[in-house]
Design a protein around this ligand. Structure first.
Ligand SMILES: [Zn+2]
Ligand SMILES: [Zn+2]
Length: 146
């Protein structure tokens, strides 16, 4: 499905320390999962994927950990249609495309300079959210064939 790469725990621990976050086991695993999977998971999906490795884990602790990582600027929240929250550990500006059929969320490279011109001069922009909505290539293909 989505691309997976393996990152050493040590690397993740260094990143947490660099952001002044104590690298507890849960924090290391949650950030590692988000770094290794660019699938913009929900808290529940993170929980389902980590429960085997961390048997004492609860949804609440995943939720709280996400909160800590978010405040440290390591994770960015995405609020999707219907109020569903997804999380992204890639905090550089990029847009998203959500497929209305399969629900998958894709990263889209974005160059925001030049979009606003002067329009935002007096605003303090804290975050950029650009969401495209429609059919992913796979679903578009199936749609044509059915
Ligand atoms: Zn799709
Ligand atoms: Zn993303």
């Amino acid at each position: 499905m989505s691309e997976t790469k393996n990152i050493a725990n040590r690397e993740i621990m260094e990143e947490l320390r660099g952001a002044d976050v104590r690298p507890s086991t849960t924090r290391v695993h949650v950030l590692k999962y988000l770094r290794e999977h660019r699938n913009h998971p929900t808290v529940d999906r993170i929980y389902q994927n980590l429960i085997e490795t961390l048997p004492g884990l609860s949804r609440t602790s995943v939720y709280n950990t996400i909160g800590v990582l978010e405040r440290a600027g390591l994770v960015r929240p995405l609020s999707m249609e219907g109020g569903e929250m997804r999380y992204d550990a890639f905090t550089e500006d990029h847009a998203h495309f959500q497929c209305e059929r399969c629900g998958a969320i894709f990263d889209v490279p974005l160059n925001a300079s030049g979009i606003a011109g002067d329009a935002l001069r007096e605003f303090r922009v804290k975050r950029l959210d650009v969401l495209f909505w429609g059919l992913c290539p796979l679903c578009a293909k199936e749609h044509r064939e059915s």
